[in-house]
Ligand binder design. Structure first.
Ligand code: KG4
Ligand code: ZN
Length: 313
């Protein structure tokens, strides 16, 4: 009914990434206003809502505690259930807002700034992690490579724009683990290969085509993600694939994954871009299904910065 997003990008941009203490403080400044705006935008008041859903992990503990403390206070004050939500599960559940007929079982490829996971979701509360990144998350690799190309934080979306001007086959960057018999990922070697290439060109005073570097990097990331996501569907005989997380905004990845899915008779789903990057509606969506299955929390719920997908506290 409403989805208010207050971005701190402008505040953290000058530091080249999120500064945890500054993030927590700004959450404190803004949280009441964001909650008020979400209610007025939806045209409801606190009597109309059924429950309060809040992220309790994974993430930066200071930022999590601001939201959790506020949600606990609100839940107590209005005497409505409190539902703690796993942020990564929230990303997956963004797909159920965008596609109301979509149901598990499904395979989800979660690609964000902090996570890269292949998840087999058997029903609304049963998640099996099929594979994950061994080092950098896909979004982290995007942001680090973007920085080396002179693009400001968060560099992912800017790198995508630059890549449109380049040739994705110009440079042959590594596709780590693509042939390995597992569903895990590794992106730090790719990031290093790009940095080494840029350094070599710089030291030998050769002209560098940054758009070709961006396009070739993007092709390498996409190739690995597509290969393993399709393999995950085939190995588990699941014909539904749902992409999510901030990197799911990437048009090149969306198109490549959709093509591969169609060619393999797999139905492909991805939320609208506003529901891919961090947002509150996806947390509410996850909370809705938890409430339906009677899964709520008490006011003793604490933040869990390293909460795993499917973990219950
Ligand atoms: O899910 P998200 O909003 O926050 C986390 O939970 O991490 O994801 C943010 C990440 C950042 O690394 C950002 O650069 C990346 O998503 N991202 C993109 C694009 N839009 C956002 N990466 C590549 N292409 C994009 N268009
Ligand atoms: Zn996220």
């Amino acid at each position: 009914m409403s989805n208010i997003i207050l971005s701190q990008v402008a505040i953290h941009e000058k530091y080249g990434g999120v500064v945890p203490e500054i993030a927590s403080r700004n959450h404190i400044y803004d949280i009441s206003e964001v909650v008020d705006a979400s209610l007025s935008d939806a045209g409801v008041n606190l009597d109309d809502i059924d429950a309060v859903a809040v992220t309790y992990g994974p993430g930066l503990v200071g930022a999590l505690l601001v939201g959790l403390s506020y949600a606990k206070g609100l839940s107590f004050a209005i005497n409505k259930p409190l539902i703690g939500v796993n942020h990564i599960e929230g990303h997956i559940f963004a797909n159920f807002i965008a596609h109301t007929a979509l149901e598990p079982p499904l395979i989800s490829l979660v690609v964000s700034g902090g996570h890269t996971h292949l998840v087999y979701m058997k029903d609304y509360s049963n998640f099996q992690i099929l594979g994950h990144t061994k080092d950098d998350a896909a979004g982290e690799a995007y942001d680090k490579v973007a920085r080396c190309l002179g693009l400001t934080y968060p560099g992912g979306p800017k790198l995508e724009l630059l890549a449109r001007e380049g040739n994705p086959n110009a440079l042959d960057f590594p596709r780590a683990m693509i042939t390995e018999n597992n569903l895990d990922f590794s992106f730090s070697g790719l990031k290093s290969a790009v940095i080494n290439y840029l350094n070599k060109m710089n030291m030998t005073k050769q002209p560098t085509n940054f758009a070709d570097v961006a396009a070739s990097f993007q092709q390498a990331v996409s190739d690995v993600l597509v290969e393993k996501a399709i393999r995950a569907c085939k190995e588990n005989s699941v014909a539904t694939l749902a992409l999510c997380g901030g990197v799911a905004c990437n048009g090149f990845l969306r198109a490549n994954l959709e093509n591969a899915a169609v060619n393999n008779d797999i139905s492909f789903y991805v939320p609208t871009k506003i529901l891919c990057t961090d947002n509150a509606a996806m947390i509410a969506s996850r909370g809705y299904y938890s409430l339906n299955s009677g899964y709520t929390h008490t006011l003793s719920l604490n933040a869990v910065s390293n909460l795993k997908i499917g973990e219950r506290v």
